[in-house]
Design a protein around this ligand. Structure first.
Ligand code: ADP
Ligand code: MG
Length: 609
C-alpha cells in the first residue's frame, strides 16, 4: 500500500488544548488551585492572604492578597504560558528563591475554568481586570478595587468533564484545600491567613502568631504544648522548628511537615533523616510528628524536578542527612517520652464507657495488664481526632491542662534516691517525683531493663568486640537450606556484635556463644530473629541495621526482669543505670518505660478540680 503523501499526520495542537494538557500536571483538584494561587500571593510579598471557597473549591476558589499587584502590562501576560516575573534566563534556575517560576499556573487554570484577575499595584490609582474563560481571554479593563490582587477560579473542569469526574465530595476537597493553606500558614510566620467556606470562616491565623501558636491553632494545644523546639545551624544550613514526643506518632505523615526555604516539601531525604532521628523511639509503622524549616543557599538545591515542586534534589544529600540526624536525634531524645497519667485516666474512662458500668477506680482490680497490650492502647489514645474545621467545634483544652510553653517535664525528672520505691506485681516500680509538677511515676522494670541491656550492648559493640560467653555445649538449631545460605555471608559481621554462629551441616546452625551481657540468653530465638531480619531486609542489610535490630531482640530475649522480685538496692541500681544510657524513656522497641502522674492528673482523677 502506498503511504498517503498529501495529508500530514502531525499537527500542532491549538493553544487552549496545549494548556489543558499542561494543566493536567499542575491542577489536579481545587487544592492545587489553592496551592498555586496562595504561592503567587506569597511570592508577591503579601502579609494577609484570604482564601474564599465554595463547594469545596469546586465552584469557587478566590484568593485575595495585599501584595505588590499587577499593572495592565503584567495582566496582559499573566495568562500566557511560560510568562513569569520570577525568572529571566536559564541561569536563574540555579538559585530560585520564589515559590513559583514556571509561569504555568495561571495559563493552565484559564484553560480549564472561568478565571478572573482583579489587581491594583500599590502605587496605582486604579485597578484592572482580566478574564479568561476556558481559553477566551478578555481585558485588561479598568476596574475599582483595593490594593493587591484577587484571583477567582470558578467551575473548575467545567469544560473537561473527564477530569471533573475525579473530584470527590465537597467535604474531602475542602479538607485538602485547608491542608494546603495550613501548610502555607505553618511555613510563613509573619503572614496572616483566613479561609472561608460558603461564607463561614473555617480557619485563620493572625500575622503576628509564631510557629507554636500556629500549630496550636491548627492541631490543638495537646500537641502544641508538648513540642520540643529545635534550633541548629552550621556554615551551610539553618534548621528551625519542633519535634513531638514519639507517642504523638501517627499512622500517616499528615503531621510531618518540612519546609525548605519556605517551600512545603515531601522529600525522601528529609523523611529518611527524621526516621533515623526517631530510630528506636518509635513503634513500627508509626510516623513521627514534626514541623521543620530548613534553610540553605538556593544554589545548593534544585527545585525544578517536578511540576508541583514537592520534591527537590539536594546537591549534597549526605551532608543534609548528617546535619539533620545529628541535631534532630538530640532533640528527640530530650522530649518527654513517658505516658502521661492523664492519658491512662482517659483510657480507663473510655473502657468504662464501653462497658457502661461502675465508676472509675471501683471494683476489683483485674490481673496486671500486659505491658505490650497497655502500651498499644495508650498509643491509640494519642490518635488525635481529625483536624477541626470549624473554630467553634474545636475542643477546648481540658481543664487542668495549662497553656504552658514547651514540654511538660524533662525526661529525667527529679528523684530522691533515698526514698523507697514500691514494687507491684514484681513488674512495676512506683516512685515519687520531686519537681515543680510533683506526682509519681510507674516504671515497667522489664521495659527499662531491656533498654539498659540494649544500651550496654551497643556501647560494647561500638568500643570493639563485646565480651562473649562461649557455650560449653553449642546449641544446634535445625533450619532450612536457604536459611543456611542466607546467614552464611553475615557470620563475620555477627561475630563482631558478639553472636557466634557457625554452619553445622546443610540444614543446621550451631550457636557457639552470645554476649555475656544477656543474662538468660535464648540462642534459638536470637538466631531466628537474625534470619528473619535478613529475610526482611534482603541480601545485603546494612551492618548498622543488623546491629540495632539484633541487639534489640537480643535484649528482649534475655528478659529477666518481669516477675523478678527486687530489693531496694537492686531497684536503685537499675534506675541509676538507666540514666547512664542514651535514653531510659523507651524500651528498644519503643514502648514507653514509664507512666507519669502529675499532681494535676491526680486532682483531676479525684474530682478535686
Ligand atoms: P509563576 O508563579 O510560576 O511565575 P503563574 O502562572 O503562577 O507563574 O503566575 C504568572 C505571573 O503572574 C507571576 O510570575 C507574577 O508575576 C504574576 N502574579 C500571579 N499572581 C500574582 C499575585 N497574587 N500578585 C502579584 N503578581 C501575581
Ligand atoms: Mg505561580
Amino acid at each position: 500500500m502506498e503511504p498517503r503523501q498529501s495529508l500530514a499526520r502531525i499537527a500542532l495542537l491549538p493553544e487552549v488544548v496545549r494548556n489543558q494538557i499542561a494543566a493536567g500536571e499542575v491542577i489536579e483538584r481545587p487544592a492545587s488551585v489553592v496551592k498555586e494561587l496562595v504561592e503567587n500571593s506569597l511570592d508577591a510579598g503579601s502579609t494577609l492572604v484570604q482564601v474564599d471557597l465554595e463547594e469545596g473549591g469546586m465552584r469557587l476558589v478566590r484568593v485575595t492578597d495585599d501584595g505588590i499587584g499587577m499593572g495592565p502590562e503584567d495582566l496582559q501576560l499573566a495568562f500566557v504560558p511560560h510568562a513569569t516575573s520570577k525568572l529571566r534566563d536559564v541561569s536563574d534556575l540555579e538559585h530560585i528563591s520564589s515559590l513559583g517560576f514556571r509561569g504555568e499556573a495561571l495559563a493552565s487554570m484559564g484553560a480549564i475554568a472561568r478565571c478572573s484577575i482583579l489587581s491594583r499595584p500599590a502605587d496605582a490609582e486604579l485597578g484592572w481586570k482580566m478574564e479568561n474563560e476556558g481559553g477566551r481571554i478578555r481585558g485588561p479593563v479598568e476596574s475599582g478595587g483595593p490594593r493587591g490582587t484577587s484571583i477567582e477560579v470558578r467551575d473548575l473542569f467545567y469544560n473537561t468533564p473527564a477530569r471533573r469526574q475525579f473530584l470527590k465530595r465537597k467535604e474531602t476537597e475542602l479538607s485538602r484545600c485547608l491542608d494546603v493553606v495550613q501548610r502555607a500558614a505553618l511555613s510563613h510566620p509573619g503572614v496572616g491567613f483566613v479561609v472561608t467556606h460558603g461564607g463561614r470562616r473555617v480557619f485563620d491565623v493572625e500575622a503576628s502568631m509564631d510557629l507554636r501558636d500556629r500549630i496550636r491553632r491548627t492541631f490543638g494545644a495537646e500537641l502544641a504544648d508538648e513540642l520540643l523546639e529545635v534550633e541548629a545551624r552550621d556554615e551551610d544550613f539553618v534548621l528551625q522548628g519542633f519535634v513531638a514526643p514519639p507517642r504523638f506518632a501517627r499512622r500517616d505523615t499528615s503531621r510531618q511537615m518540612f519546609f525548605l526555604n519556605g517551600r512545603n516539601l515531601r522529600d525522601k531525604i528529609l523523611i529518611r533523616a527524621v526516621k533515623d532521628a526517631y530510630r528506636g523511639f518509635l513503634v513500627e509503622g508509626r510516623q513521627p510528628v514534626c514541623f521543620l524549616a530548613l534553610s540553605m543557599d538556593p544554589s545548593r538545591v534544585d527545585v525544578n524536578v517536578h511540576p508541583t515542586k514537592t520534591e527537590v534534589r539536594f546537591r549534597d544529600p549526605q551532608r543534609v542527612i548528617g546535619f539533620l540526624v545529628r541535631h534532630l536525634r538530640e532533640a528527640v531524645r530530650s522530649t518527654d517520652m513517658s505516658t502521661p497519667g492523664e492519658s491512662m485516666i482517659e483510657t480507663m474512662r473510655r473502657r468504662e464507657a464501653r462497658q457502661g458500668s461502675g465508676s472509675m477506680f471501683r471494683g476489683p482490680v483485674g490481673p496486671p495488664i500486659r505491658p505490650s497490650a497497655a502500651s498499644r492502647e495508650e498509643l491509640d489514645v494519642y490518635e488525635i481526632p481529625g483536624r477541626p474545621l470549624e473554630r467553634d467545634a474545636r475542643p477546648e483544652p481540658a481543664p487542668g491542662v495549662s497553656e504552658r510553653e514547651g514540654p511538660r517535664r524533662a525526661p529525667s525528672a527529679d528523684v530522691d534516691p533515698t526514698r523507697p520505691v514500691l514494687q507491684v506485681a514484681r513488674t512495676y516500680l512506683i516512685r515519687e517525683l520531686h519537681d515543680d509538677e510533683g506526682g509519681f511515676e510507674i516504671i515497667d522494670q522489664h521495659a527499662l531493663h531491656e533498654r539498659i541491656t540494649f544500651e550496654a550492648l551497643k556501647r560494647e559493640v561500638e568500643a570493639g568486640v563485646p565480651e562473649m560467653q562461649r557455650f560449653l555445649v553449642p546449641e544446634v538449631l535445625e533450619v532450612s537450606r536457604d536459611e543456611v545460605q542466607r546467614i552464611e555471608p553475615h557470620l563475620d559481621e555477627l561475630r563482631k556484635i558478639g553472636i557466634d554462629v557457625s554452619v553445622f551441616g546443610e540444614t543446621a546452625l550451631s550457636v557457639n556463644g552470645l554476649p555475656v551481657r544477656l543474662r538468660h540468653p535464648d540462642p534459638e530465638g536470637i538466631v531466628r530473629d537474625v534470619l528473619q531480619l535478613l529475610a526482611k531486609t534482603g541480601s545485603t542489610p546494612k551492618a548498622r541495621d543488623v546491629l540495632e535490630d539484633v541487639l534489640h531482640s537480643a535484649a528482649c530475649r534475655s528478659s529477666v526482669m518481669a516477675g523478678d522480685p527486687l530489693t531496694q538496692t537492686e531497684i536503685q541500681a537499675l534506675l541509676a543505670r538507666g540514666v547512664e544510657g542514651e535514653t531510659d524513656q523507651t524500651c528498644p522497641h519503643a514502648r514507653p518505660t514509664r507512666v507519669r502522674f502529675t499532681l494535676a492528673d491526680l486532682e483531676k482523677a479525684f474530682h478535686r478540680r
